[in-house]
Design a protein around this ligand. Sequence first.
Ligand SMILES: *[C@@H]1O[C@H](CO)[C@@H](O)[C@H](O)[C@H]1NC(C)=O
Ligand SMILES: *[C@@H]1O[C@H](CO)[C@@H](O)[C@H](O)[C@H]1NC(C)=O
Length: 184
Amino acid sequence: MMSCLRSVAYLRVWIIMLSLSRNFCGMGGVTVAKEGCMFLEFAPAVGPRQYDWSKKKIIALSVVEVGTLLSLGPDESCEFTHDPFMGKSEAGKIMKVLKVGNLQDTGGYFFNLSVTDRIADVDESFSIPITKGEFSVMQSIFNFILPYLMGWHAYMDSTKLNESGHFKSGGPSIAKRPDLEWGR
Ligand SMILES: *[C@@H]1O[C@H](CO)[C@@H](O)[C@H](O)[C@H]1NC(C)=O
Ligand SMILES: *[C@@H]1O[C@H](CO)[C@@H](O)[C@H](O)[C@H]1NC(C)=O
């Protein structure tokens, strides 16, 4: 997990591992039931090092979106629009837009999230500046995590999975690895 605390807001990054299922017809191989995703969590600041968790907003990035952030060039920006109710009758009622791009003057990056919620009738937006160094730490974490989100480690060693395709206890758990804890 990686956290960036700022006077205006807080950004935390964490992941959900993919779920795997054993493919019994395929000689004990595994198939990816659902790819993992990476979460970016934003919370507004209400005072020095105090954040209002009741107003936190989360956006879950897919493997391809994580890849887009990984390959973001110094003069490029990207934008992801998510509708949590896509394909349902409430479609369009909540829209989340994440913009990431270069800050011209400092060489750092901005992470801007805006959430329009027509159900609760609230608009929330966050803007977090990230230094060049923090962004490159993020990118190396993303780089490391991507194969796990896609399940390559399980293909490499399916003996780490139990009958129902979950990691056996003691297996890799990215979120718990202390060397990925990074806060300040
Ligand atoms: C990001 O948010 C900041 C602060 O609200 C704003 O000044 C900037 O224009 C935004 N950038 C983009 C690309 O929306
Ligand atoms: C496999 O592991 C998961 C998570 O540790 C556990 O919940 C599940 O009961 C296990 N399944 C079997 C069949 O052992």
